[in-house]
Design a protein around this ligand. Structure first.
Ligand SMILES: C[S@@+](CC[C@H](N)C(=O)[O-])C[C@H]1O[C@@H](n2cnc3c(N)ncnc32)[C@H](O)[C@@H]1O
Length: 294
């Protein structure tokens, strides 16, 4: 993660793997605070995927569910409603988002969801105690993904399910590529290494299959799902929202400040081109990944 929070994380106080120190600094810092303050906006952003993801979890009454990288907890709350007499544990690195998740669950009288601040890669989960582990775009940031998924596997009972929503390659996600290209202008577009922890770390199904197999999962399946993401009701609000996103902040931070007016003008043009009667929408593509532990 290149976005740094303004306050130092006391890494030792909740056991973060050294490979995830940068991620913890970002998510448990200013970037997580930005997400926590925009909970509804982020849920709207990804709303196109909500029903399909939830259906894929096949959660039934009485099940115990683990939500990895739960953020502000919308999927935790959705899972809790489906689990009924069961329960859901949401884990995340971000204190701010967990605070929001706890508040939103309480406001909605959801009594069977709990939340813990933890690095899912190394946290000591109660062994073999969950029926299903789910994550909506919360599992791409592990410094050591095989170790992380192997650790998540320890929490699942035999036959337990893993259901993930992860972004496909950047080229299928113009909400990133078009915006980054607009900002960068004629200049180079920075690309993280293919296996670096980032939003696109599980974009290649072959790599994801290798990781999950090494972590002990099988019956691994990928569904190609494509929806528009929603950046806001109008161009002005979408522009303000986009300026807080990690990839946008990274590109702007690398540009000479004298180039900012051009970059921001190009960003406004891109947003204008995607403004519809139904708000600002860009195409996107994700994988719905299902696997089992046996
Ligand atoms: C893109 S957000 C998704 C949040 C939420 N799942 C949602 O759909 O709104 C990614 C989340 O993963 C969390 N995360 C990243 N690395 C993590 C780790 N090693 N352990 C636990 N959570 C992690 C971040 O703190 C962040 O809340």
């Amino acid at each position: 993660m290149s976005v740094r929070g303004h306050r130092e994380v006391l890494i030792d106080d909740f056991g973060v793997d050294p490979a995830n120190t940068d991620a913890a600094r970002a998510w448990d810092g200013e970037y997580g605070e930005f997400w926590a303050g925009q909970a509804a906006r982020f849920d709207d952003f990804i709303a196109g995927y909500r029903a399909r993801f939830l259906a894929a979890t096949r959660i039934t009454g009485g099940e115990r569910v683990l939500d990895i990288g739960c953020g502000n907890g919308q999927t935790t709350r959705d899972a809790a409603r489906l689990a009924g007499s069961g329960s859901v544990l949401g884990v995340d690195l971000s204190s701010s988002m967990l605070e929001t998740a706890r508040r939103l669950a309480a406001e909605r009288d959801i009594g069977n969801a709990s939340f813990v601040r933890a690095d899912a890669q190394v946290h000591s989960f109660e062994r073999r105690s969950f029926d299903v582990a789910i994550s909506r775009t919360g599992v791409m940031f592990f410094g050591d993904p095989v170790a992380a998924f192997a650790n998540i596997a320890t929490a699942l009972r035999d036959g337990g399910r893993l259901v993930l929503l992860v972004w496909q390659e950047e080229r299928h996600n113009p909400w990133v590529t078009e915006i980054v290209r607009a900002l960068a202008g004629e200049g180079p577009v920075p690309r993280p290494p293919a296996d670096a922890p980032c939003a696109f770390a599980l974009a290649d199904p072959r790599r994801t299959r290798t990781i999950l197999t090494a972590a002990g999962f099988n019956a691994i399946a990928f569904d190609d799902v494509r929806e528009h993401v929603y950046l806001g009701p109008d161009a002005a609000r979408a522009y303000r929202f986009v300026l807080g996103l990690g990839h946008v902040r990274s590109v702007l931070a690398r540009l000479d400040e004298r180039d900012h007016p051009r970059a921001l003008g190009a960003l406004r043009e891109s947003i204008a081109a995607h403004t519809t009667a139904d708000g600002v929408r860009y195409p996107s593509a994700a994988w719905l990944v299902r696997a089992r532990l046996s």
